[in-house]
Design a protein. Structure first.
Length: 365
């Protein structure tokens, strides 16, 4: 485990913590939040995005909105990528703005897999996944809502190319001035589609056993760590989240294994979506899961200040990430310190649009 400035018994949300040589001034983390405000065509971050993230630089760490690692990795309109020169330049503007305010920011590396649509993909190609299982629901496309299509199962010989896309994106992230990266293996996207047995019915070295289902994640991490020190690499998982129509027959066993398999690498943290984002239910023992991982544990999903303080004080978590509270409160850390009232988020402005509901939430005077 990387060092920290306080023992767990002494720590609270406002205690600094060290990720290798990167010191976070507090443990209140801005969770990754898709906002669909990149410039199209090109999926390029813009000046408005720089202002948004700079406003929230008081977070111990900002984890950026999910950013596709390649044109084939996209799953929604107007989400930023991290694979082209234009995107690198756009993100550099964002990161410069965050750093000018004294902040720290990781990029979340994303490949959507079957949660996409031919209307979004180059040359109208078919989405891909671990297995050819169509998700229930509809895709958000430039042409409106469209039913998800059956994905094509990736061939074994295609998987090194997927890994290479993550490596390229990790290099782009360094060029763009990020402080680190988070590998998105949660919420029903491609890496999660390989991890969970509801979507992985393969009979090759990437399916069947837990070791095989985790193989692609580990290959991606090995590639990313060719460019980034392990202490600047986090991983996000969501053992029970049913978002994007994904399931696992035994999430406790599956993700205990994943947590243990990620130990020994010196990662920055394991970021865990606890329970189901859709229902709020939590059926597995996250303390047991946490006990299988030898590094810092970042908790997420429905936390407020009181619950976050309790999680840190009890040792259930080392950091807590907040989504909607940061969306509506750019000065969330200050508000938590002062026990100030929080702004309420406006769901009508979450996805797409202009500055309204994006950079116009008021800070304390």
């Amino acid at each position: 485990m990387t060092g920290t400035t306080e023992t767990a018994a002494q720590a609270d949300l406002f205690t600094p913590i060290d990720l290798g040589d990167l010191t976070l001034p507090n443990r209140i983390i801005m969770a990754p939040l898709t906002r669909n405000r990149a410039i199209m065509p090109g999926n390029v971050p813009q000046a408005m995005n720089a202002g948004y993230y700079a406003q929230r630089a008081g977070a111990g760490l900002i984890i950026s909105e999910a950013s596709q690692v390649s044109p084939e990795g996209i799953g929604y309109p107007a989400t930023p990528g991290i694979h082209s020169e234009e995107q690198v330049a756009g993100w550099r503007t964002v990161n410069d703005a965050v750093h000018a305010e004294g902040g720290r920011i990781f990029v979340q590396l994303w490949y959507c897999g079957r949660i996409s649509h031919p209307d979004l993909l180059p040359d109208g190609q078919q989405p891909v996944s671990a297995s050819a299982i169509r998700p229930a629901g509809e895709a958000i496309t430039p042409n409106g809502m469209q039913p998800f299509v059956e994905p094509r199962a990736l061939r074994t010989d295609e998987l090194p190319g997927i890994v290479e896309q993550y490596l390229h994106a990790a290099r782009c992230a360094r060029d763009a001035g990020f402080d680190g990266v988070e590998v998105h293996a949660a919420n029903g996207y491609l890496l999660d589609q390989f991890l969970r047995d509801g979507t992985n019915k393969r009979d090759d070295n990437y399916g069947g056993t837990l070791e095989n289902r985790a193989r692609l994640l580990h290959e991606v991490l090995s590639a990313v760590m060719e460019t980034w020190d392990a202490a600047r690499v986090g991983v996000r998982i969501s053992p029970e989240n049913s978002f994007n129509d994904i399931t696992d027959s035994d999430p406790q066993t599956t993700f205990n294994y994943i947590a243990k398999s990620l130990s020994g690498k010196g990662l920055a943290y394991l970021h865990v979506v606890e329970g189901d984002m859709m229902s709020g239910d939590a059926g597995i023992d996250y303390r047991r899961l946490r006990g299988h991982f030898d590094g810092y544990y970042m908790a997420n999903n429905g936390y407020d200040k009181a619950r976050g303080l309790q999680a840190i004080a009890s040792g259930a978590a080392d950091m807590v990430s907040y989504g909607k509270p940061f969306l509506a409160n750019p000065d969330l850390v200050t508000r938590f310190k002062q026990d100030a009232e929080l702004n309420a988020p406006d769901p009508d402005t979450f996805y797409g649009g202009d500055e309204t509901g994006y950079t116009d939430y008021p800070a304390l005077a």
